[in-house]
Design a protein around this ligand. Sequence first.
Ligand SMILES: Nc1ncnc2c1ncn2[C@@H]1O[C@H](COP(=O)(O)OP(=O)(O)OP(=O)(O)O)[C@@H](O)[C@H]1O
Length: 597
Amino acid sequence: MDVLRQLKAFYLPERKFLISSILFLMIATALGLIYPNLLRYLIDDVVRPRRFELVPQLALIVVGVISLKALNQFLHGFFGGRLGNRVAYRMRNALYDKLQTLSYQYYDKAKTGDLMSRLTADLEAIRNFIGFGFAQILNMVLMVAFGGAMMLYINWQLTLITLVTIPVLVFLALRFEKLIHPAFREMRQAMSNLTTAVQENITGVRTVKSFAREKHEVTKFSVRNEAYQTNQVGASGLWAKFFPAMELSANMSAVILLVAGGSMVINGSLQLGEFVAFFSLIWYIIGPMWGLGFHINNYTQFKASGERVLGLLNEHIHVKNEEDAIAVSPEQVKGHVRFENVTFNYPDKSAALTDISLDAPAGSVIGLLGATGSGKSTIIQLMMRAYNVKQGSIYLDGMDIRHLDVESLRRQIAPVFQETFLFSASIRDNIAYGVRDVTQEQIEYAAKLSKAHDFIMELPLGYDTIVGERGMGLSGGQKQRIAIARALIKNPRILILDDATSAVDMETEHDIQAGFKELMAGRTTFIIAHRISSLRHADEIIVLDKGRIVQRGKHAELIAKEGPYRDTYNIQYADFVAQEGKPNVIDIQDRRRSIVQ
Ligand SMILES: Nc1ncnc2c1ncn2[C@@H]1O[C@H](COP(=O)(O)OP(=O)(O)OP(=O)(O)O)[C@@H](O)[C@H]1O
């Protein structure tokens, strides 16, 4: 019931459908009660007194009643269907909205397959229950109530005798519910593990194939498939055990009725018509009881799915706007970024950054260099408020970014990551992704700056070429250039290139950077790179080691000093330096070794 209560926000707005569906079902159920009465009338008041002239009239009434009942059943289905679909529609939207607002921290651990199964299989179970299952259970209650009332009215002693097995049935039903619910919960989880395996396998198919790990993947899948099967078998076992037991105790009522009711007819304390009506009415009680297992099944599936969907809807959002968050606009923002003694660690990990201070005046170019895992990308992530900074502060134009509207902050920043993500859409749409209402000229201008235009024009469909999922069909460097065009078209105050040119050759990189100069004049650029050539023109180069700043300055200053920057420089320019016969080359091999270590 808690799940139902928590999902109120989704079905209450559709209450007109809910009420209509229930109302028509009630009418249909009530109309069903007319049959036993007609039967009783037919036997006691028509057949026995031999008033056969009433038969055609009675037959017409039956036709009228069944037609009316069918109409009401249709209306119940119609409104129930609407209700279920509209609720599922709302929930799907709400879940998708939630997925957009969840922070990076959530996605660090999230599994795509699991999320997909919540949005599909779990929603389906909810749709089924809210659309029909709920009304069916209500119908069951109504049938039992109406049928019971009528039976009591006809003969209360016989009613009590007949329904003596009902407590057993109720006990069995409750016990079944208790056992099947955890089974369903496990089944949903097993289903999500299955989808995760499939999704990861398809996404990583190239890795799987190039490492010839197909067999391993098949085994991995089989294990999960087996777990799912075991769950299913377990549930069917419960079903197989409880369903016949419930049916047996329900049928016992019919047996009791035959014996007790038959004796009453024989000794004259019950009319034959009443007995026949009773026999028909008892199915009003037994029928729903038979269906009890099925309804419980439906309800528990709904409950398990509801819990999973609610789990996602109630997921904590780590990064969100303060109440009076300041929305910044591109016209206001200059792009002055300042880090003040920032120390940061990812959840359950030691510090990724320690005491980082940096000042990037508007229009400056900041280079970040350091071994892998030294914290370069983390600096960028924090600047975009992917995670909240707890120690120290980050300022944009003097405003603490914690007080800024997250969306407006991110709108000022255009990042290009090493791993490029392209959508399965046209190249044009991929470039225009971050902005609205762009012209073809703007798209081409950005593509020219990122040196993507020429290769795009060589494709048969040019800008209309549809790229495969995640940019399949393009080379790493081509994807990066499209991603750079996507960032440039945003016309950002702050441009971030996180190892963004690692896949393009040095010459193209040089050309791209020359293009930036023109576009980024007056804007702030952060460049993360492993190649000194990518950073050497930066206004300040920051060298990181294990999350700490170990060197900072311009290229010329850093090269003049002993330290990791010069070591890296020497390694990268070893051949060149050797040819030139410059100093610092004797111990290059040693340094290379020490850096590698
Ligand atoms: N999402 C995350 N969750 C947990 N730990 C993370 C996460 N991202 C990075 N880290 C950890 O934080 C540290 C710094 O990582 P970061 O990605 O900033 O390094 P980097 O200098 O950009 O490395 P690279 O050059 O390899 O991209 C590493 O120890 C890394 O394992």
